[in-house]
Write a protein that binds this ligand. Structure first.
Ligand code: ZN
Length: 382
C-alpha cells in the first residue's frame, strides 16, 4: 500500500541501497536520522543539517505533545511551518518516552494513561489520538503507539506486549487510512516488538507485516543487551520482514550497530548518540572516539581529524575545543555537533557507495577494524 520505496542496488534481503519518496523530498537509504527531540536537533541550525546532507530528521511526539502542544503546532503550519524546516520529519509514537520518562503509567486495552514528567498533569495516549497528534504535526512518517518492554521481562509479559502492539497497530492503521482519505500525505510505519524471544519476534513481524503499511520498524532492541544478543534478534527479525518496504531499526547510532543494521538489510536508523556525546565533548573519528576534555589535548594545535571536511576541522584545534568545554562555552557543543554529524553523514555515504560497488563486507571490516583499533589504543593509554 502506498509503497514509495525502491531498492536501487544490493541484495534485497541484506545490505542494500534504496530511494524513499516522502512528501518533502526523496531520501537515499541507508539513512541516519538525527534526533530533534523538541523540534530542534540540539546545538545546530536546521539549515546546516540540510547542508550536511540530512533531509529527514526525527521529532518526539511525547515531548511535542506536552510542549508546545499539538494545537499550537497545527495552528503554526505543522512542524515544517513551526520550525521553518523544508525537509522531512519522522515522529515517533511517544510510546517509548511514556514507558521510560512518564510517571504513573496505566496501560489498558484502550491506551496508556500517564503523568507528564514536566508538571505531573495527566494524559491519555490511544492509538487513535497518537495518529491524530502526528497528523497535526504533519509528520512525513509517523509511528503507531506500541508497548515497549524492558530486557529481562518474562515471556508472558513480552507476549502480552506483542498482542497489544498488534491490536494498537490495527487501530492506528484504520485511523491513518481515514486521515489519508482526508488528504494527509504522511506515511504510517508498523513497529515489530517481541523483546528477546525469537518466536515472539517472528510472530510480531508476521502480525505487523500483514497490515501492509508503507514501512516497517524494529523496536525494543539496543536497550542494554549485549552485542551478540542484539545481532541475533536483529537478524532473526529482519529475516521475517517484507523485502520491498523501507525497514527502520529504531534507536541505534554507533558505527558498529549501523554496520550490523545495514548488513541485516535495514534502511533507516536514528539515535541521540552522535549529538549527545558531542555535547559532552566526545567526538567520532575514523580511529575511534576522542575525548576533548583530556589533558593530552591541552596544547594540541591539530584538528579533531585532519582528513575531515567539516567546518570545525577546517578552522579549530583540539586545544581550542578543549578550552571551550573546560570553560562551558556554548560554542563547544555547537562545533562538536557539527563534526559528529558530518562524520555520520560521511559514514552513511561511504556505506551506500560500498553497497553500490558490491563491496560492503570488505568496507565494513576495514572501517570497523580501524575504529576498534583506535578505541583499544585509547583505552590502553588511560
Ligand atoms: Zn570534522
Amino acid at each position: 500500500m502506498n509503497t514509495v520505496f525502491r531498492v536501487t542496488s544490493g541484495d534485497p534481503s541484506s545490505a542494500r541501497t534504496g530511494e524513499l519518496v516522502l512528501p518533502h523530498g526523496v531520501i537515499e537509504t541507508p539513512v541516519f536520522m538525527p534526533v530533534g527531540t523538541a523540534a530542534t536537533v540540539k546545538a545546530i541550525l536546521h539549515q546546516r543539517l540540510k547542508e550536511l546532507g540530512f533531509h529527514l530528521i526525527l521529532g518526539n511526539t511525547y515531548h511535542l505533545y506536552l510542549r508546545p502542544g499539538t494545537r499550537t503546532i497545527r495552528s503554526l503550519g505543522g512542524l515544517h511551518g513551526f520550525v521553518g524546516w523544508q525537509g522531512n520529519v519522522l515522529t515517533d509514537s511517544g510510546g517509548y518516552q511514556v514507558f521510560s520518562l512518564a510517571a504513573l503509567r496505566k496501560i489498558s486495552d484502550d491506551g496508556v494513561l500517564f503523568q507528564s514528567h514536566l508538571d505531573g498533569s495527566r494524559h491519555m495516549f490511544t492509538p487513535e489520538s497518537v495518529v491524530a497528534a502526528q497528523v497535526a504535526f504533519n509528520s512525513d512518517i509517523q509511528m503507531p503507539l506500541d508497548v515497549c518492554t524492558a530486557h529481562g521481562v518474562t515471556e508472558r509479559e513480552a507476549e502480552e506486549a506483542v498482542l497489544r502492539t498488534s491490536a494498537w497497530a490495527r487501530r492506528a492503521r484504520d485511523a491513518w487510512l481515514i486521515e489519508r482519505d482526508r488528504g494527509y500525505r504522511g506515511l504510517l510505519f508498523g513497529i515489530v516488538q517481541g523483546n528477546f524471544f525469537p518466536s515472539l519476534r517472528r510472530r510480531s513481524a508476521d502480525e505487523i507485516s500483514v497490515l501492509d503499511l508503507p514501512g516497517i520498524a524494529i523496536g525494543g532492541l539496543s536497550v542494554g543487551e549485549e552485542r551478540g544478543l542484539f545481532r541475533e534478534m536483529l537478524f532473526e527479525t529482519a529475516r521475517h520482514l517484507p523485502t520491498g518496504k523501507p525497514r527502520y531499526l529504531m534507536g541505534i547510532g554507533t558505527p558498529d550497530y549501523i554496520f550490523d543494521a545495514v548488513e541485516a538489510g535495514m534502511d533507516m536508523f536514528d539515535c541521540v548518540f552522535p549529538t549527545r556525546i558531542a555535547r559532552n565533548g566526545t567526538v567520532l573519528t575514523p580511529d575511534g572516539r576522542l575525548i576533548l576534555r583530556h589533558e593530552v589535548h591541552r596544547n594540541d594545535d591539530t584538528p579533531i581529524d585532519p582528513t575531515c571536511g567539516c567546518t570545525t576541522c577546517q578552522r579549530y584545534s583540539r586545544a581550542y575545543l578543549r578550552h571551550l568545554f573546560k570553560s562551558n562555552e556554548m560554542l563547544g557543543p555547537m562545533l562538536t555537533t557539527e563534526h559528529n554529524l558530518y562524520y555520520i553523514s560521511d559514514l552513511l555515504a561511504g556505506i551506500r557507495e560500498a553497497v553500490r560497488a558490491d563491496s560492503f563486507p570488505a568496507h565494513r571490516l576495514a572501517v570497523l577494524d580501524r575504529f576498534e583499533e583506535g578505541e583499544r589504543a585509547r583505552r590502553d593509554r588511560r
